[in-house]
Design a protein around this ligand. Structure first.
Ligand code: HEM
Length: 181
């Protein structure tokens, strides 16, 4: 994944935990300096190693680390200068969730080798929908839960997320039931 992802993990740890915790995580992960150049692609294994090391050092489960990272992502990308892309993706939570693929297509114009996830919405009502998530990667479902919660904060909405299908069972996709007030 692009270095931008690894930079976000570093920023999350240094801003919400400590510099010392970050240095321990970095040492344990074995990640190289080049993994933190935003617009360079790295092996996905680097990101997974950072999550595993963060889980050990911060005494959180890998799922908790991924969820916290997902929540942080919207804030981080806004601060990194991608606010205009977030703004263009929608002014309400359901509109935004329907535009996630458009958003990543725009991101792909700046990050040419991007291998983005795919999202679809179904069963929409005025206060809920099912979000379908497909990726060539495994193990990132808790990241999606955190991302949705972070978007809830962006729209100042109280959001509930319940995973109803896991790709590890369906072999194809994960599904999240998202409801808001
Ligand atoms: C302007 C905001 C955003 C930017 C700049 C951005 C950029 C990226 C980048 C660079 C990657 C790594 C993929 C790669 O390197 O191949 C990625 C992955 C991902 N993005 Fe976004 N993204 C944004 C917003 C979002 C939002 C709001 C969601 C909410 C669901 C999301 C969901 C994901 C997921 C789940 C992945 C993990 C990759 C996978 O599942 O295969 N992104 N994004």
């Amino acid at each position: 994944m692009y270095g931008l992802i690894n930079v976000a993990i570093r920023d999350l740890v240094t801003s919400q935990f400590s510099q010392a915790a970050w240095e321990e995580i970095l040492a344990k992960s074995g990640a190289e300096e080049t993994a933190f150049i935003r617009m360079e692609q790295n092996d996905d294994a680097v990101t997974y190693a950072l999550v595993a090391a963060a889980s050990e050092v911060l005494e959180l489960s890998a799922e908790q680390v991924l969820e916290a990272f997902g929540e942080y992502w919207t804030l981080f990308t806004a601060e990194e200068g991608y606010g205009f892309m977030l703004d263009a993706a929608g002014s309400t939570l359901p509109e935004f969730l329907q535009n996630l693929d458009v958003l990543h297509t725009r991101v792909g114009t700046m990050y040419p080798g991007l291998k983005p996830p795919q999202f679809d919405c179904s069963n929409m009502t005025s206060n809920c929908l099912d979000l379908h998530y497909r990726s060539e990667r495994d193990g990132l479902d808790p990241l999606v839960v955190g991302l949705i919660k972070g978007l809830g904060k962006r729209f100042n909405q109280s959001v509930t997320v319940e995973q109803t299908v896991a790709k590890s069972d369906s072999g194809k996709e994960s599904v999240f039931h998202v409801s808001w007030e």
